[in-house]
Unconditional design. Structure first.
Length: 419
């Protein structure tokens, strides 16, 4: 039987517990379980931005471009590379995830124009589909094929991927960790199937980076993108990153060519000649304030180390699942995430017919911040840098109270834009 004392004991043994104080927490009563959508603010980021504003912008002005600003996209990219198993010079920070996805997907399609199919699954983040649909409108004959998950929770099997691939298949693009259920693909196994069939891979790491071990190099992945504002705690709307395997960097062309990817950019010549390295995938001037804000969260991840972070993530998601069986399942909830820890990211989804209204009651009456995903998913994110076992236990107790006291009944079924 799990109780508060057991949760406190787990917190007392948590070797990463000291990192919780590195983050801003103004409301000690708030249980924040949405770090899989927006990570907390690192205290070091406040100091870094204040220095950038006051000294680098305020005092040094344009001179700061030559004093570190130009190199910042590569500097932070190389740090992220350590988290996702890439080599130096294979990762760079730029633009938004969707823009990076567009650039890399279109580059892959243009590089092999006779292969006209983009493959994905029906669990991918919808924005990724929108990007691919835009490419199919741009390139006549190009087709997006979405393979069906057998149960809406777990991904497509290796056998089904293999059967779906043929001489028309150019690119396989998947979310490494699925946004609704938290299912996580075996990247190396899926990539191997794709390579056997001559298909390139493009992974969306947005729900994995900083919470799930990733080794792009060992998996022989071709391309990847990801955001920095979830488990990396880079801040709302922070620039994303992209990865291009070293051997592909001079083969693929950036379809949104701009002066930051131009070789000898300050020669300001009329014709575009791309850099021969990862910088060729840059386009325009980066937003320095939000770019600089990424580094402190990344540094904290590197300090903790992915093995320790993953161990805590697995333990915390299992702790919640145990509580689910003990307390929530009898209340009519369903578990909409994998039970196998090796297939699970750092968020867990539970379903309930009144999921939307329960979500509203949790936020407004019980000071618990999860999020909601259609049709019935309450999605609970456990960020191992700052989520405690006591947070998880308290959230479940408050969730039980919402059901017991029927607090959700005062809310309508009308949806709002932010959940």
């Amino acid at each position: 039987m799990i109780d508060a004392t057991f949760a406190y004991a787990l917190d007392a043994k948590d070797e990463l517990g000291y990192l919780r104080d590195r983050f801003v927490m103004h409301d000690s009563e708030l249980i924040y379980l949405d770090g899989n959508s927006l990570g907390r603010l690192p205290r070091a980021t406040e100091r870094r931005l204040q220095d950038l504003i006051t000294q680098e912008w305020g005092h040094r002005l344009i001179r700061s471009w030559g004093e570190g600003w130009f190199e910042l996209q590569e500097k932070v990219g190389n740090k992220i590379a350590q988290i996702i198993g890439a080599r130096p010079g294979e990762v760079i920070v730029a633009d938004a995830t969707s823009i990076n996805l567009y650039k890399l997907a279109l580059a892959a399609m243009l590089a092999r124009p006779t292969r006209k199919h983009i493959l994905s699954d029906d669990l991918n983040f919808p924005s990724d589909y929108y990007i691919f649909q835009g490419i199919t409108r741009l390139l006549p004959g190009t087709k997006l094929r979405r393979l069906a998950s057998p149960d809406g929770v777990h991904g497509v099997s290796l056998a089904d991927f293999s059967v779906a691939m043929n001489e028309d298949s150019n690119l396989l693009s998947l979310s490494h960790t699925v946004f609704k259920s938290g299912f996580t693909y075996d990247m190396a196994a899926v990539t191997a199937v794709a390579r056997e069939n001559g298909v390139m891979t493009l992974w969306d790491l947005s729900h994995s980076v900083g919470s799930v071990p990733i080794n792009l190099h060992d998996a022989k992945a071709d391309l990847a993108v990801g955001c920095t504002y979830k488990y990396l705690n880079g801040g709302p709307g922070a620039p994303a990153f992209l990865y291009v395997r070293q051997s592909l960097q001079e083969t693929l062309s950036n379809p949104i060519s701009g002066w930051f990817g131009q070789h000898d950019m300050f020669a300001l010549g009329p014709d575009y000649t791309p850099e021969p390295n990862i910088r060729r995938f840059l386009t325009g001037t980066p937003p320095l304030l939000s770019l600089a804000a990424i580094e402190m969260g990344v540094d904290t991840i590197l300090e903790a180390g992915m093995p320790r972070l993953r161990a805590k993530s697995v333990a915390q998601t299992q702790f919640f699942i145990d509580l689910y069986h003990q307390i929530l399942e009898p209340l009519g909830f369903t578990l909409n995430s994998p039970t196998d820890a090796s297939q699970r990211g750092s968020h867990v989804s539970i379903g309930h017919p009144e999921g939307w209204r329960i979500n509203q009651a949790l936020i407004n009456d019980k000071n618990v911040l999860p999020d909601f995903r259609e049709p019935d998913n309450l999605r609970l994110g456990f960020a191992p840098l700052y989520t405690s076992y006591s947070d998880i236990y308290t959230a479940v107790m408050r969730l039980r109270a919402v059901l017991h006291d029927k607090l959700y009944e005062k809310y309508t079924v009308e949806r709002t834009t932010v959940t």
